[in-house]
Design a protein around this ligand. Structure first.
Ligand SMILES: Cc1ncc(COP(=O)(O)O)c(C=O)c1O
Length: 491
C-alpha cells in the first residue's frame, strides 16, 4: 500500500477500530434488547429535544467527533435511553414493525458498503434480492408466471413491481401509473382537468397528498360514503360515478383500503373489483398494512379480490417485520410500470444487452437503499412459515384484547377487529374526546405503555396496534388496569 494511503487508514482506525467499535455497539444493543423485552423498563421516556441534545452533547461531538470507542459507546447508550422501545411487550403503538433481533444486519451491511440497488451495477446482490422478493410478492397475487422465483426474465404475462421508500411514495407511484394509463399525455403536457380518483373518505392521507403533488389538487379525490366504522359503502359507488360523469369528469382510479389506517378494517375488495371491471376503471388497493393477510389461510378471505387490482402497495416495514422503510408497488400488467415515468437519463438506464435489471426507471427515487436485502432478511431469519405464524398471531392478539376489554365494564370497542389494529374508548359516556386524548397522554407519559389514538367518525378513540409477538394476555390486563387508574383521576 502506498505510504500516504497507509497513513490515512491507520489514523482513522487508530481512533475508531472497526471490529472493537462494532463489538461494543453490539453489546450495548444486546443489553438494550434484553432490557426492553423484560417489559419492566419504560417504553418511552419523553424528554424535550433541548434536554436530549444536552445529554448527547451534540455541540461538542459535532465539532470534535468521537474521541475514542468509549465516547462512541457512551453516545449510543445515551441515544438509546431516548428511544421508543418497540421491543417492550407494552409497546402497542404505531404500525411500525418490531424488528427481530438481527433485523438490523442489512442496514449495517448497507451502511458499510453503500450499494444503492436501484442501479444493478451499483448493487448487484441487493438488486437480485429485490427481484426475488418482488417475484415472491407477485406470486402471492398469482401475478408471477415463472416456474421459480429466481426467474428474473420479463415474462410477457408477468406482473411487475419495485421496492420504494415507504407507502406514501408507493401510493404516489401507483397513482402516477394510473394517470399514465388514462392520460399518457399528462407526463409532458400536464394534467387534463377532468381526472378524479374515488375511494373511501377514510383513504390514507397520502392518496390526497399524491394527487396534490401530481398537480391534480386534493379536491380531485371524490370521497365515497363509509359506514359507522368507516368501511366503504359499495352501494354508493354507482351514484358517485354517475355524479362524477355528470360533471364531465373521468375516473382515473378507484382506491380501496386494505385495511384502513385508523380502524384496521378492510374494504370489500371483490365488490369494488366488480365495479371497476364493469366500468373499466383502474383499481388501486392500498394494502400498506393489511396485504399480509394474503399469506394466511385463515385471514386471506379479508383480502379476497386483491388479485383483481391493477396496482397494489404493500408496506414491508409494517407487518413483515422489516425496519423502516420498505414498500412494494406492484402492478398486475407490467406495461403499466414501464409506461409510468416517461423519462430517461442516458447515464443511468440500462439497455437490453447489459446484465441485470435496474429499478431506477420505475421509482420516484433515483438512488435508493438495498430494500430487497432488508425484506429478504426478514424471512431468512426465520423462514416463510414463521412469518405467517407471526401475522396470524398478531391478528389473534387483537381479537384477544377485544374479547378481554369487552368483558370489562367501562370499555367500549365499536367492532370486532379484522387485523391487529383495535380501537376502543374508556367510559365513552363520561369521558369527552378531549379526555380520551388526555388519558392517552397520561398513559404514555407514565412510560408503562405506548398506545396511539385516532378519530373514527368524528369521535376520539384509543388505539392499539399489536406488532410485538412478546405481548401477552397479562400485558392486556395491566393495560386495562392502568387505563382504569388514570381514567378514574381524569373525570
Ligand atoms: C393504509 C396506509 N397507506 C399508506 C400509508 C403510508 O405509509 P408510509 O408510512 O410507509 O409512508 C399508511 C401508513 O400508516 C397506511 O396505513
Amino acid at each position: 500500500m502506498p505510504e500516504a494511503i497507509q497513513n490515512i487508514t491507520s489514523e482513522k482506525t487508530a481512533t475508531l477500530p472497526f471490529l472493537e467499535a462494532k463489538e461494543r455497539i453490539a453489546a450495548v444493543l444486546n443489553d438494550y434488547l434484553k432490557q426492553s423485552k423484560n417489559g419492566k423498563e419504560v417504553v418511552l421516556d419523553q424528554q424535550t429535544p433541548e434536554h436530549i441534545a444536552e445529554q448527547l452533547q451534540l455541540n461538542t461531538i459535532f465539532k470534535n467527533g468521537f474521541q475514542n470507542v468509549k465516547s462512541l459507546e457512551d453516545f449510543v447508550k445515551t441515544y438509546l435511553d431516548h428511544t421508543n422501545h418497540l421491543s417492550n411487550p407494552r409497546y402497542m403503538g404505531h404500525q411500525v414493525a418490531v424488528p427481530q433481533d438481527l433485523s438490523g444486519v442489512p442496514d449495517w451491511i448497507h451502511g458499510t458498503i453503500n450499494n444503492p440497488s436501484s442501479l444493478y451495477e451499483m448493487g448487484p446482490a441487493g438488486a437480485t434480492l429485490e427481484g426475488f422478493m418482488i417475484n415472491w410478492m407477485l406470486s402471492k397475487l398469482k401475478w408471477f408466471k415463472g416456474d421459480h422465483l429466481c426467474d428474473f426474465s420479463t415474462l410477457p404475462n408477468n406482473g411487475s413491481g419495485v421496492l420504494t421508500h415507504g407507502g406514501s411514495v408507493a401510493n404516489l407511484t401507483a397513482l402516477s401509473a394510473a394517470r399514465a394509463a388514462i392520460a399518457p399525455e399528462a407526463w409532458t403536457e400536464g394534467n387534463p382537468s377532468d381526472l378524479v380518483v374515488i375511494g373511501p373518505a377514510t383513504a390514507h392521507y397520502s392518496i390526497a397528498r399524491a394527487l396534490s403533488i401530481m398537480g391534480m389538487g386534493k379536491n380531485a379525490f371524490v370521497p365515497v360514503p363509509v359506514d359507522a366504522n368507516e368501511v366503504i359503502l359499495t352501494e354508493h359507488l354507482e351514484p358517485v360515478l354517475k355524479h362524477v360523469k355528470k360533471e364531465n369528469k373521468r375516473v382515473m382510479a378507484v382506491v380501496a383500503n386494505a385495511c384502513a389506517t385508523s380502524s384496521g378494517l378492510f374494504d370489500p375488495l371483490d365488490e369494488m373489483a366488480d365495479f371497476c371491471k364493469k366500468h373499466k376503471l383502474w383499481f388501486h388497493v392500498d394494502g400498506a398494512h393489511g396485504a399480509v393477510a394474503l399469506l394466511s389461510k385463515t385471514e386471506k378471505s379479508k383480502v379476497s379480490g386483491i388479485e383483481r387490482a391493477d396496482s397494489l402497495i404493500w408496506d414491508a416495514h409494517k407487518m413483515l417485520q422489516v425496519p423502516a422503510l420498505c414498500t412494494a408497488v406492484l402492478f398486475k400488467n407490467q406495461e403499466h410500470q414501464w409506461n409510468n415515468f416517461r423519462q430517461k437519463g442516458s447515464y443511468v438506464f440500462h439497455e437490453n444487452e447489459v446484465i441485470g435489471m435496474d429499478s431506477m426507471p420505475f421509482t420516484v427515487e433515483c438512488t435508493k437503499s438495498a430494500l430487497g436485502t432488508k425484506l429478504f432478511w426478514s424471512f431468512a431469519l426465520q423462514g416463510e412459515d414463521a412469518m405467517t405464524t407471526f401475522i396470524e398471531h398478531s391478528f389473534q392478539q387483537a381479537r384477544d384484547l377485544y374479547n378481554y376489554l369487552n368483558s370489562l365494564e367501562n370499555f367500549y370497542c365499536p367492532y370486532p377487529p379484522e387485523s391487529n389494529i383495535l380501537c376502543f374508548q374508556f367510559r365513552p359516556d363520561q369521558l369527552s374526546d378531549q379526555n380520551q386524548l388526555a388519558l392517552r397522554y397520561e398513559l404514555i407519559n407514565s412510560g408503562t405503555f405506548y398506545i396511539t389514538s385516532c378519530v373514527v367518525q368524528g369521535k376520539r378513540f384509543l388505539r392499539t396496534v399489536l406488532m410485538n409477538p412478546d405481548t401477552k394476555q397479562q400485558d392486556f390486563v395491566e393495560l386495562a388496569n392502568a387505563i382504569i387508574e388514570i381514567g378514574d383521576q381524569i373525570q
